[in-house]
Ligand binder design. Sequence first.
Ligand SMILES: Cc1cc2nc3c(=O)[nH]c(=O)nc-3n(C[C@H](O)[C@H](O)[C@H](O)COP(=O)(O)O)c2cc1C
Length: 577
Amino acid sequence: MLTETRPRDVQVAELVPRVLVLRSRTWERLKFEVEYGRQQGTTSNSYLLKAAQPTLLDPPGESFSQLYLKELAQQIDLRQLRYLILSHVNSNRLVTVKALLERAPQMTLVCSKAGAVTLRAALGDQLQLWIPRSDTPLDVGDGWQLEFIAAATPRWPDGLITVDRQHHIVFTDKLFGAHVCSDSLYDEQWKKLDEDRAYYFECLHAAQPRQVESILDRIAELTPPPHLYAPAHGPIVKFSRSRLFQDYRDWCHAQTEQETTVALFYASAYGNTAILANAIAQGLTAAGVQVAAINCETTPPAEMQALIHSSDGFIVGSPTLGGHMPTQVQTALGFILAEGNKTKLAGVFGSYGWSGEAIDDIEQKLLDAGYTLGFETLRVKFTPTAADLEKCQAAAQEFAQALKKLRKSRTVLQPSLVEAQVNRTAQAVNRVVGSLCILTTLPEGCTYMTQAAAILVSSVSQASFNPPGVTVSLPQQWADSLCLVGDRFVLNILKEGSPLVRQFQQAQRLGEQQLATLGLKSASSGAPILLDALAYIECTVESRMKCGDHWLIYAVVDSGELLQTTGLTAIQHRKTS
Ligand SMILES: Cc1cc2nc3c(=O)[nH]c(=O)nc-3n(C[C@H](O)[C@H](O)[C@H](O)COP(=O)(O)O)c2cc1C
């Protein structure tokens, strides 16, 4: 742990002629986020290229603004600055960017396309922006050209890496850094940096190893290889370039090789839920679980679906905005509910302001679908505190242990490797469980509730949120005449332990006499609602698709009601072989 404390300052040094680094230094823990947990202080590195078209890279965040601007003004007349390159944009850095633009309105800002969207939203459409393309370098004068590598990751979807081939420097932003403050500009003491670098990777990159690997591939293609990596934090990497590069490769590989995987879905409008997500990811990684962080705002749906199938558990995080979860989280949750295996472990977290409906809603939907939660749902008011983040880390550890236990018990249950291989598909399919419902519908020409067709169905999934819709799979013999497009039906959702489950399991479809013995009321379509059900929904069939020996019915939910306030949803329990 750091023993030295000094006031904050900005250290200025020349890396090569005309390339300066301005290191805004704090010797104390900068923030409460887990990445600063080793308490070694940090530096926020900005770079000034004194080219014919003077160019600045990555000013620090708000807490250094004044100190930094004062020092920068000693190095250059701000009115001469031609370009400001932003390797990523965040609200903290925007404060300094705004202050810079007031003093240097002539600057053109250079950032990725995603960064430009954030900048325009925050600073207006009048900004002078230049968005690099991979084949167009930025000429900063006298043949000095800068090239760019797109470096989008879930955590920094707008990431951009700048390459200065003339001086063999790669400005790597979040790669190859460390939260360490010292007088050493370079990494001559690199052995002492091992733990800080590994911890920095664990906190910042372990949950996005595939994206980091592809950025590493791009850097590896540079010929001749760079002499310096100039990161956003900590010492400039000069003496341990190849070692650190290989460490990154190994750390990424170690992550992707972990047996147990968790998909961590989240969105965050103002950054608070993202801070929680990062703490949970770090806790999972430290417990030996591979995490795939999925920023729902920037991840294509197909990628989300693939991760739902390949992960051993899901954790979903959301802010509450206007009483709801953001649409992107709804989409991810929709995929989980429709396609996820309900025997997988789930978890929920989020930041909220006053009511937190999104968090409750996610939790309820996962529980209703039959998921088990691996930790008590984490609800945090506005900005998390250090204590909140500790809770996130502890919850992540708990989740990891439960997952490993689950995996172990499944392994023990498997009779033999060969048998398991043969049965794998059947077992996997059998583990897809849905809530048990009685579908009731009045066949054409029938008028009395007791004439209704009443069928036990277990393969019900939520298929859409807006409009709310479900899919039900019906055996061909029933689907031939029932649930045609435009027909209406009621799904009576049964309660765990309800005698109706047994009654219907024996009969599958009840006759008029049997229906007459049940407590019924009429839905607006005339189909019966079973009063002993936990809840019911009334639906209209919108489309049908033949799938093997079944028909998949998609229906829009018209109305619904909870009939009992307590009790768990009954689900189909199947033997696995
Ligand atoms: C436009 C807006 C609407 C909000 N609506 C709600 C709400 O309905 N209920 C609530 O509990 N919090 C509400 N909040 C508070 C946010 O949930 C809270 O600021 C949270 O920390 C945001 O998380 P994020 O930083 O991950 O986006 C709202 C905030 C904003 C800015």
